[in-house]
Ligand binder design. Structure first.
Ligand SMILES: [Mn+2]
Length: 291
């Protein structure tokens, strides 16, 4: 932000350079940490020099056990940057949700469960980050997935509608703060465009169209999700909101995006090491469209 002005005698100041606000967003999902996982101390080393915040889009742990959460907290603890996370379906297997939240909070990880934060960068740029897990439910008959059928489908649709309403409420509240840049993190996908090689029969487990509809009623510069391990990184909602699936099995390492207002998303940094052993297989390039 800000501008450099050159004052010429007898003339109005001339604007020689104007920068737009931007934020560098590090992102990863589906690291599925187990109690015996070895945290990679180099995964986050120096990350704060190339990114302004880290987003973890769910499935931090494999079973939601406190022992797993403690390993995750140790991995995140050393980094001085703000960390925003949502729970994934695997994290939600754990019953001690409050203990999980507190353990992560002690290491600087803020869980967003239908909540948002406004994070102000040193240059004054205000970045809104909203987060919610989302649900399955599917993307409708156009995408050929039948869903589980019967009572389970009805229950899932009710849950999907409730989650969509929750998402709508948090995005409305965040908008009222008028952040310069708006981000959303979910675990489930709001679009089929990042589902890549996932079989359509599984779509109802991976996300739902209602999330995308809500997103497109608001202005977001980037949506980050995970969960679809066989999906692809780059997609968008039907309304053109950029979406990135950062499930670790796909991206292999923490991604760093450069996000400007007006939905301009580019890569801000090269490959980084994985966050926990076993390290995912290295992947060449960023423009993968499947697996
Ligand atoms: Mn998941």
């Amino acid at each position: 932000m800000g501008q450099d002005a050159r004052v010429v005698p007898g003339m109005e100041p001339v604007v020689t350079h104007q920068t737009t606000p931007f934020v560098r967003v590090a992102a990863i999902a589906d690291i599925h940490i187990r109690a015996n996982s070895v945290e990679r101390t180099d995964a986050l080393a120096g990350l704060h020099e190339v990114a302004d915040m880290l987003i973890v889009a769910g499935d931090i742990t494999d079973m939601g056990r406190i022992a797993e959460v403690e390993v995750a907290a140790r991995a995140f603890d050393p980094t001085p940057m703000p960390i925003f996370a949502v729970l994934g379906n695997h994290d939600r297997r754990g019953l001690r949700r409050m203990a999980m939240r507190k353990t992560l909070a002690r290491s600087g990880v803020q869980l967003l469960d239908g909540e948002y934060r406004i994070h102000t960068l040193p240059d004054g740029t205000r970045v809104g980050v909203a987060g919610t897990t989302g649900t399955g439910g599917g993307f409708g008959p156009a995408h050929g997935e039948p869903g589980p059928g019967g009572r389970l489908t009805r229950a899932m649709m009710i849950k999907a509608r409730r989650e969509a309403a929750r998402l709508d409420a948090v995005l409305t509240a965040m908008e009222e703060e008028e952040p310069d840049i708006s981000l959303l993190v979910t675990h489930f996908s709001p679009t089929v465009s990042t589902l890549g090689a996932e079989p359509p029969l599984k779509y109802w487990m991976l996300g739902n169209a209602g999330l995308g509809e809500v997103i497109d009623r608001h202005h977001l510069d980037l949506v980050i999700h995970g969960h679809a391990h066989l999906g692809n990184e780059i997609g968008e909602t039907p309304g053109g909101t950029p979406v990135r699936n950062v499930a670790a099995p796909i991206v292999g390492h923490i991604m760093v995006y450069h996000v400007e207002p007006g939905r301009r998303v580019t890569y801000a940094a090269g490959p980084r090491p994985g966050i926990a052993e076993p390290e995912p297989a290295p992947v060449a390039g960023n423009e993968r469209t499947a697996r």
